[in-house]
Write a protein that binds this ligand. Structure first.
Ligand SMILES: N[C@@H](CCC(=O)N[C@@H](CS)C(=O)NCC(=O)O)C(=O)O
Length: 225
């Protein structure tokens, strides 16, 4: 069995799959792919041209959700999807809440202006651009953080009191905000902030976050604008 995961390390969807692989203890090869300058024939692996894509020998799987479910079925232990039917559905919903709710706001309207634009697109961060991004955080992301805070309640993990795809999805998405110096204030979202601290301290995330420091950690640069 030989897995190769394709995609740039700073993508929250790629990071989700890499943390998932690490939590499973599965070894794999990582090939960085910029979806905006993909290698020839990348669409044979990912028909929409998006990252991530996975190759298992000669079999290709695209989309982070499909990839994680495939990996779970091929490598059932440790289980990263709840056994209970309702918990399973809820974990998938929380993954979707991040993939289709939080990230389509956080990616283009916060991560892109604060981090991706200055680092990779020759779009310098100005005070006006920063202010617009922070307004999006306050008006659009904060209500989503409220929902996540309520979902977490007094629990260590989001679903069924055990690590699942829901936790990995949430923790991965917030790394992109962290690179831009955007963090849930522990005074306002204490459970979410503590959850992120715990998740990012796990080796599965700590190693990826360390790898991403250069060039993606723009916390000081953003604070200086
Ligand atoms: N639903 C997909 C979303 C993947 C996605 O949107 N990836 C972005 C990078 S973070 C991408 O490849 N964008 C390039 C494009 O859409 O052409 C998944 O979960 O893998």
């Amino acid at each position: 069995m030989s897995y190769t995961l394709f995609g740039a390390n700073v993508s929250p969807f790629v990071r989700k799959c890499r943390a998932f692989l690490a939590e499973k203890g599965i070894s794999y090869t990582h090939e960085s792919v910029n979806p905006f300058q993909p290698p020839a024939n990348f669409r044979q692996l990912s028909p929409l041209g998006r990252i991530p894509a996975l190759l298992d020998g000669e079999k290709a799987v695209a989309d982070s959700t499909a990839i994680c479910i495939y990996l779970e079925r091929r490598n059932p232990s440790p289980a990263l999807y709840p056994a209970d039917d309702y918990d399973y559905a809820h974990a998938l919903y929380l993954e979707e809440y991040i993939d289709s709710g939080l990230l389509p706001v956080a990616g283009p309207m916060v991560f892109r202006p604060l981090v991706l634009g200055p680092v990779a697109m020759n779009q310098p961060l100005t005070p006006a651009v920063k202010e617009a991004a922070l307004e999006v955080v306050e008006n659009q992301l904060a209500p989503m953080w409220d929902y996540l805070e309520r979902q977490l309640g007094a629990n260590e993990f989001f679903v069924g009191n055990q690590l699942s795809i829901a936790d990995i999805s949430v923790a991965s998405a917030f790394v992109n905000l962290w690179h831009g110096g955007v963090d849930p204030d522990p005074g306002h979202w204490p459970k979410l902030a503590a959850f992120l601290g715990r998740m990012w301290a796990r080796p599965s995330f700590a190693e990826l976050i360390a790898e991403e420091q250069k060039p993606w950690n723009r916390r000081e640069a953003v604070a200086a604008v």
